[in-house]
Design a protein around this ligand. Structure first.
Ligand code: ADP
Ligand code: MG
Length: 316
């Protein structure tokens, strides 16, 4: 039987030292040193079994997603990730499950230079909370509220894939379009793009809950109105060939879980943002613009369009 301390030592403690980690796992709390001239950027996101991922999901995917959704929040701030803490609630200490989970988490953490500096381990329904911390040069964080009237709206990657992927999993048809399922199980946080957008974009957020709801938040935070042409929403070839046009559009608008970035950028700097994305081999698509006023207006082929889907809200 795997005890709590053995579990932490075996799966989460790393012998390596890391920049800024004065005291890591093993004491009552971590001691961390923020580089001079930087702001600390912190976020926390929780995944609950059967709510954020289907029961019985591959533990490697759960470990990856738990960190990816947090990295995505730092990406949206233009922050460089550094440290994380992990609050893990497990029904049992299953070594095979923990091995997969820790490996999914560790692989993504290494890719982004993130060090696990502490956490908490308890027994209960499977729930994973990760708190992530990172830095931006003082005052340089990309906020939701920085957009100006006339700014263009641009999104990275493609939208709707993760929604389709989850639907495939739920239908027991994951093998049908593995690349869509992969977009749900192993989302790619756009960390490098968030960093590159600093000083170019005026506002940013990540698309976790579907652009219908998320864009409303950015527009409201900036005190502006948004206009978007739904026909410009970037769709992957895999989604277009799998779904009907209407279904693909609904997933792109409302499903969330894609963890792409939404930027506001002045027209004069749009080419610079496009160059930054191209340098990262990342698609960037202008989908609309911001203007004085409030609310989000959607259009299709020159006519007003009413999305059939809303953004995701746990308590709606
Ligand atoms: P305390 O009871 O003083 O809070 P714990 O026994 O909970 O300490 O944890 C011991 C050490 O292990 C602490 O440094 C804590 O941050 C770390 N830790 C506990 N659980 C995890 C976990 N799931 N991942 C990473 N570190 C953990
Ligand atoms: Mg504790």
């Amino acid at each position: 039987m795997l005890g709590e301390f053995e579990l932490i030592r075996r799966f989460f403690q790393s012998p390596e030292t890391a920049p800024g980690v004065v005291v890591g796992i093993g004491d009552d709390a971590a001691v961390l040193r923020v580089p001079d001239g930087c702001d600390l950027v912190a976020a926390v996101d929780t995944l609950v079994e059967s709510r954020h991922f289907p029961a019985g999901s591959d533990p490697r995917s759960i470990g990856h997603r738990a960190l990816a959704v947090n990295l995505s929040d730092l990406a949206a701030m233009g922050a460089e990730p550094a440290w994380a803490t992990l609050a893990l609630t497990l029904p049992s200490a299953d070594a095979a499950w923990l091995e997969g989970f820790a490996s999914g988490l560790r692989t993504l953490a290494r890719r982004h230079g993130v060090t696990l500096v502490g956490g908490d381990t308890t027994r209960g329904p499977l729930t994973i909370s990760i708190q992530i911390m990172g830095f931006v040069p003082r005052g340089a964080a990309l906020l939701r509220g920085g957009a100006r009237a006339g700014d263009l709206l641009a999104v990275t990657g493609t939208l709707g894939d993760a929604g389709a992927g989850l639907a495939l999993v739920q239908a027991g048809a994951a093998a049908q379009v593995p690349e869509l399922v992969r977009r749900f199980e192993y989302p790619t946080p756009r960390v490098e793009m968030g960093l590159a957008a600093r000083g170019i974009a005026t506002a940013a957020m990540d698309l976790s809950d579907g652009i219908v709801g998320d864009l409303e938040k950015l527009a409201a935070a900036s005190g502006l109105a948004a206009q978007v042409d739904v026909d410009r929403l970037p769709l992957s070839a895999a989604l277009v060939s799998y779904a009907t046009a209407a279904q693909a559009r609904d997933w792109a608008l409302g499903a969330g879980d894609d963890y792409e970035l939404l930027f506001a950028v002045p027209a004069a700097r749009a080419a610079a943002l496009a160059d930054a994305a191209a340098a990262l081999d990342l698609r960037l698509t202008v989908i609309g613009e911001l203007a004085h006023g409030r609310g989000v207006t959607w259009s299709s082929k020159g006519a007003k369009f009413a999305p059939a889907v809303g953004g995701f809200d746990h308590f709606a």
